[in-house]
Structure formats: structure tokens, C-alpha cells
Design a protein around this ligand. Structure first.
Ligand SMILES: [Zn+2]
Length: 221
């Protein structure tokens, strides 16, 4: 699994977790909620990219739903980190809230494999993102009763572009909704995906495993 950072401290924790457990890899990056700290933390986060088992840059992105920092400040940090990923040929994990257009236009300017984490956008955007070569990663909100349109999107994503995640500590899937989330709950996301794709759970688990292995290059790190 991939442990994902959101600032310097949590990126260090992800790297430490990866060094301790064989099956854990790390992503390091500065989340848009923390974008104003980029000038202070950038150099040390970038240095973490050279640590063993760091296989991605993330979470990075744009959040227009909760603007702790102006979109300009967020965009600066986002683009700088996309450049890090491009220079090292690393994939990125993107946080996108109400920022579909910002994300797509940024990706036009960088040659990176992008995982749209906790995909929650429309079917139309899913089509555009897949055409742009993105991976779509689904979290616990896929299991929520009202998430019919999201399940409709998840039904038709090509297996080779499909990922699942916890987004812990938030978005615990049914029946744990509202509780602190953890990676042990991810199978519930896989079960919902299997249901909507009319496949057995093992097949979907194998599909997302293969996608993760290819995108994050487990084993080569
Ligand atoms: Zn996020």
C-alpha cells in the first residue's frame, strides 16, 4: 500500500512507515490545504523524494472547496511539485476539490502519470481525465447510499486505470461511515466496485493491484 503525506511532517512519517514495513511505499508532498507553507517546507519535502521506497509525489493539487490559501498560492505549490515529479519520472497523487479545470489544464503542461485520488467528480470529467491518461482512485464515499452517480462512473473505468484507497482518517465506507477510517476498511470499497462492475471481489482486487504495481512500480523502488 501507499502511505501518502500532506506536509513535511506527515511525509516524513510516510517515509518512516515505508522503511519499517515491506509492503508499504510512500508518497511525499504538500497538500493544497497547506500550500502557504511551501516556501518553508519545499526543500525538505523535495529531498525526501530521494529516500528509498518513495514512489510518488502527493498529495498535491487544488481545493476550491476549502480555500485555506488563495488559488494562486495553491497553484504555485501544485505546479512546482508537478515539476518535481516530471523531473524524476514519478507519478503524482492529486487532490481535486471543485477544481476539475485547474487540474486538467495543469496536467496539459506536465508529462506525469496522475492518480486522481478520492475521485468524486462527474462522469464527463472522468472521461476527460481518462483521455488525459489519468488513473481514477475510489475511496469510501463510493459506498454511500446517495453516491449513485459516482458508482455509475466507477462501473465503466477501464481496469488498467482503476485504483482504490482509504483516504484515512476520513471517508470511512459503509457501515463505518463517520468513524475514523483506516486501511483495513478498503476491502469495503473493493466489494462495492465488484458489485457495480458485476465482477467477483478477487478479480477487482487483482485489477487494482496490477494498476498500482504498474503506476507506482512497487519492487523497483
Ligand atoms: Zn485529498
Amino acid at each position: 500500500m501507499l502511505a501518502v503525506g500532506s506536509d513535511l511532517e506527515s511525509s516524513r512519517a510516510a517515509v518512516a512507515c515505508a522503511s519499517r514495513y515491506d509492503d508499504v511505499y510512500a508518497a511525499v508532498g504538500l497538500h493544497p490545504h497547506e500550500a502557504g507553507r511551501f516556501p518553508d517546507e519545499a526543500a525538505e519535502i523535495e529531498a525526501l523524494l530521494d529516500q528509498p521506497k518513495v514512489v510518488a509525489v502527493g498529495e498535491i493539487g487544488i481545493d476550491r472547496g476549502r480555500e485555506n490559501w488563495s488559488v494562486d498560492v495553491q497553484t504555485l505549490a501544485f505546479h512546482e511539485q508537478l515539476a518535481w515529479a516530471q523531473a524524476r519520472n514519478l507519478p503524482v497523487s492529486i487532490h481535486n476539490r471543485n477544481a476539475d479545470a485547474d487540474v486538467l489544464s495543469a496536467l496539459e503542461n506536465f508529462s506525469v502519470v496522475a492518480v486522481l485520488h478520492c475521485f468524486s467528480s462527474s462522469a464527463a470529467f472522468a472521461t476527460q481525465a481518462l483521455e488525459a491518461g489519468c488513473m481514477l482512485s475510489f475511496a469510501g464515499n463510493l459506498t454511500f447510499p446517495k453516491a449513485n452517480s459516482l458508482r455509475e462512473v466507477a462501473r465503466s473505468v477501464p481496469a488498467e486505470c482503476l485504483l482504490i484507497e482509504s483516504d484515512a482518517p476520513v471517508l470511512a465506507p459503509q457501515p463505518w461511515r463517520g468513524q475514523r477510517n483506516e486501511p483495513a476498511r478498503v476491502p469495503a470499497v473493493c466489494e462495492t466496485l465488484a458489485e457495480v462492475r458485476a465482477l467477483d471481489v478477487e478479480t477487482v482486487a487483482n485489477d487494482v493491484w496490477k494498476t498500482a504495481e504498474r503506476v507506482f512500480r512497487w519492487g523497483a523502488a
